[in-house]
Design a protein around this ligand. Sequence first.
Ligand code: FRU
Length: 491
Amino acid sequence: MPAKHQNDIRRQADEFIAKQKGKVSSHPWYLQYHVMPQAGWMNDPNGFSYFNGEYHLFYQHHPYDPTWGPMYWGHVKSKDLVHWEHLPVALAPDEEYDRDGCFSGSAIEKDGKHVLLYTGNVWTERDEDDNLIQVQATAVSEDGIYYEKPGDNPVIASAPEGDIHPLHFRDPKVWQHEDDYYMVLGSKTKANTGQVLLYRSPDLLEWEFVAVMAKGEGNFGFMWECPDLFDLDGKDVLVMSPQGVEPEGDAYHNLHQSGYVIGNLDYATGKLDYGAFHMLDHGFDFYAPQTTMDEKGRRILIAWMDMWESEMPTQNAGYAGAMTIPRVVTRKADKLYITPLPELKNLRENMVAHQQVKVEGETSLPEVAGDCIELEMTLDTSQASEFGIKLRVDKAAGQETVLQFNKDTGLVILDRNNSGEGPGGVRKASLEITDLLDVQIFIDKSSVEIFLNGGERVMTTRIYPTEQAKGVSFFTDKSLTLVSLKKWDLK
Ligand code: FRU
C-alpha cells in the first residue's frame, strides 16, 4: 500500500525532527516570529493556501541536514498568518517518480479536500543538472494534516512538444478561473531562455497544455522558476524567479532574481501580453515568492528569505533557511506595492515613541534598540542630503548594518559589509526620496526587512551579528528631523 509506505518515511522524518527541534530553536540566530525549519534545511514556500478556515504553508525541506538534499515538504498552519504551528511532514520522496525530491508546487481546495500539486524529481545520473526527469504529481488530504499520493500519479508525465526544454519543467502553481483549473509551470526553451507554460484542467487530474504563456527576451534569464499568476484588480500579475539574469548597473546583483510583470492573460490563446519586469525586493535574500488570496480578499506574498549559494552561518548549528514575514501586495497602475501584513501589529509590545527629534551628526535615542523589534518612522529629509539608520550596532565588535539614503543620487543603499559573520556586500535601489519619508523596519535575530514609502521599495537581508548587537542610531550630513519614531519589541 503506497499510503502506508509514505507514512513510514514521513514518520521517520518527524521523529528525527522532534529530537532536533529544541536544539536549534534556542540558538541566538533562530528567528522568533518568522517561519523556520525545526531542523535541517528550508527553501521555497510551497502550497500557500487557505483550507478549512486556516492558512497552510508548506516549504522545501531537507530535515536530516542543514544543506539542500532530497526534498520533503515541511508544513505549518496558522489562523492569523502571524502565529504558526508546525505539523508533520506532508510529503516525502518515496515514489519512483519523486524518489530524488518532492520539488516546489502549490495547493488548492477542491470538493472539501486539500490538493497539492508538486514536481517529482528524479536524477538519472547523480546531481547532474541535465540528467533529470521532472513530472507533475498530486497529493490529497481531507484533514489538512496527512496527504496521500493517488495511484494515477504523475498527472503530467513529460513536457509538451515545441521549443520547450524536455527536462527542466517544474513548480506548478494552480488556480481556478470560471469552470476550469489552470496551472503555470517554470520552463525554458531548448536554447536556454526562461519561459512559463500554461495548462488547463477540468478536475486537477487531466491536464491539457494550452501555450507558452510568456517568454523572456534579452537579459531575462536561462530558466524561470516558481511562476505564480493572479488577478489583481482586473490585471494579471505574473510573479516569477528568473535564474541567470546578468547584473545591469545597480540591478540584479543577487545570484537569481524574483520579480513580476503586469498584463492581460487571454485565457483562449493562453498568451500573456505584459509590460516591464520589476523586482519585488531590492535586498540580498529573497527568492521564489508565492502568493495566496486570504479570507479578506487580499493578495498575500511570502518568499524564501535566503539566496542560493550564499553563505549561511546557521548551518554550523544544524539549521538553515527562513520565510519572510507575510506581505500584502497591492497595485497602483503598473507597479506593485508591498507592505507588511497589518496583523503583525499583534506581535507588538513595549512601545517607545519619540517626536520631532533633531539629528545632527549621529544620534541614538533612549530605549530605541533591540534584536527583535519593529521601527516605524517618518523622517523630514528636507535639510539633509545624505542620511540613514544603523541597525544591530555593536560598537565593541565594530558591527553595524547600514541603511543609507542619498538625495543627490536618488539611491537607497543597504550595506552589510560590517554586519558580523556571513556574506557582506551592498545593494542599491533607486528611490524618490521625498521630504517626508516613511520607513518601516522589521528586525528578527538574523533578519532585517525594510519597507520604504508605503511599500514602493522593499529590502530584505539576513545578517549574523553578535548577541550584543542591539544598537540603533541615526546619522546625517546636515540636519534630519525624526518627525515621529516608534519602536516596539516583537514577541
Ligand atoms: C527554486 C527551486 C525550484 C525547485 C526547488 C527545489 O528555488 O530551484 O525550481 O522546485 O527549488 O528545491
